[in-house]
Write a protein that binds this ligand. Structure first.
Ligand SMILES: [Zn+2]
Ligand SMILES: [Zn+2]
Length: 170
């Protein structure tokens, strides 16, 4: 593999296990995405919504935007939501420099290999959004919309040909 497709900085939130981060970095590398780890961050103001027992994804994304760099992926173990949705696997500025993914729901029914596959799909999906990519009608493409774990498991880790062109053309 030649030039990395992109370089991304990972901003881990404080409760994210180191081994999950290491796994994600390895998975991204296998797709040509070079990821480096920033020091751990915390979220201020409080992101926790006691009624929902979940964390507001927008507050995490705000924190990611503060990190210096051109392409930052926040990674948290917290269960994230946005208003109007039960939960989100991730959220991104599209286009923009900031994205965040939650690993919280990705462990369900998964061995280590499946968990890693889910995490990298969500990471690549949100990175696609940061480059302005929209959801893709190709159900195998990583930019296919995923509303459930079954949707994530159905799609691949990589962009389809059309999304690859758009991603590289940025
Ligand atoms: Zn999406
Ligand atoms: Zn596509």
């Amino acid at each position: 593999m030649g030039e990395p497709l992109i370089k991304v900085q990972i901003l881990p939130f404080e409760e994210t296990p180191q081994r999950d981060l290491t796994g994600l970095i390895e998975e991204l590398a296998s797709l040509g995405i070079e990821a480096t780890l920033l020091p751990k961050a915390s979220v201020v103001p409080p992101s926790y919504n006691p009624q929902r027992k979940q964390h507001n994804a927008e507050i995490f994304l705000d924190r990611v935007r503060l990190a210096p760099g051109h392409c930052i992926l926040g990674v948290t173990n917290r269960d994230l939501y946005v208003e109007g949705l039960n939960y989100v696997f991730g959220l991104a500025d599209s286009p923009g420099k900031a994205a965040v993914i939650s690993l919280h729901r990705l462990h369900a029914g998964a061995d280590d290999m499946l968990f890693r596959a889910r995490a990298v799909k969500e990471a690549v999906h949100e990175l696609g959004h940061t480059r302005g990519l929209r959801h893709c009608a190709d159900s195998r493409c990583v930019m296919a919309f995923s509303n459930s774990l079954a949707d994530i498991d159905r799609k691949g880790k990589e962009f389809c040909v059309r999304c690859t062109h758009k991603f590289r053309g940025h």
